[in-house]
Ligand binder design. Structure first.
Ligand code: CTP
Ligand code: MG
Length: 227
């Protein structure tokens, strides 16, 4: 059985959410957003240990939050960087060399379920360096740099990528060692470094908190889950 470590990135400011606190500390169902992912990652048996990457000055509240939800797999809680890529790189740096697989998850997607992690881990191997959850795309997507359409993409080939994403640790480390700080998803860096990424079915409930409206929608789903 391979050793799977998780890196939970939670160091963003949450500018589009517009709350006073960083997004990971926005309140969802009466507790910080961060609590949801910490608790859920902790409850997934295949995950051995968790590294949390948090905003400057928020290490202590993050550790307290982990204690409150009994997240005993939390091994390191460190301050992130200016971009998501920087934060992931810092997180990966805390994962020991003996880890075979690294899972990267955004605290901004609180409704993590065990099934998706199982699907992702099942998708690794067979020559794949990583696996990501993908959802079908409902809209027709056009490439329109500067506001002029240059291409309409074939929707049947498109997927919207979510987190968590899992990677063979070596492939992920190599991709991040070479990368400059761009890209909104880790898989893109691994792809650019020549890695093969598999897509597994995503989870439509694994919504991302970006704006205040998202928080309300996710709170509804959380309440439905609890019933
Ligand atoms: N993230 C991070 N470090 C950064 C930027 C983002 O760890 N410097 C994390 C966020 O905490 C979040 C995930 O990456 O869990 C996805 O980022 P995003 O949804 O863009 O969150 P924010 O950057 O916080 O939000 P915004 O872009 O609105 O400021
Ligand atoms: Mg951001």
């Amino acid at each position: 059985m391979s050793s799977v470590w998780a890196v939970l990135v939670a160091a963003g400011r949450g500018e589009r959410l517009g709350s006073k606190r960083p997004k990971a500390f926005a309140v969802l169902g009466g507790r910080p957003l961060l609590a949801e992912s910490l608790e859920r990652l902790d409850g997934i048996p295949r995950i051995e240990r968790v590294v949390a990457v948090v905003p400057p000055k928020w290490e202590e509240p993050s550790i307290l939050c982990a204690e409150e939800v009994g997240a005993s797999k939390l091994t390191a809680c460190i301050v992130g960087g200016e971009t998501r890529t920087d934060s992931v790189r810092i997180g990966i740096g805390e994962v020991p060399q003996h880890a075979d697989v690294i899972l990267i998850h955004d605290a901004a997607r609180p409704l993590l379920r065990r099934q998706i992690v199982d699907r992702l881990l099942g998708g690794l191997g067979e020559g794949y360096d990583g696996a990501v959850p993908g959802l079908p795309v409902a809209d027709t997507i056009k490439r329109a740099p500067g506001g002029t359409v240059v291409e309409t993409l074939d929707r049947s080939e498109l997927v919207a990528a979510q987190t968590p994403q899992v990677f063979a640790a070596g492939a992920l480390r190599r991709a991040f060692a070479d990368a400059d700080s761009c890209g909104t998803d880790c898989a893109a860096l691994v792809e650019r470094a020549g890695g093969r990424i598999r897509v597994v079915p995503g989870d439509p409930d694994l919504l991302k908190v970006t704006t205040p409206e998202d928080l309300a929608a996710i709170e509804q789903r959380l309440a439905r889950e609890a019933r």
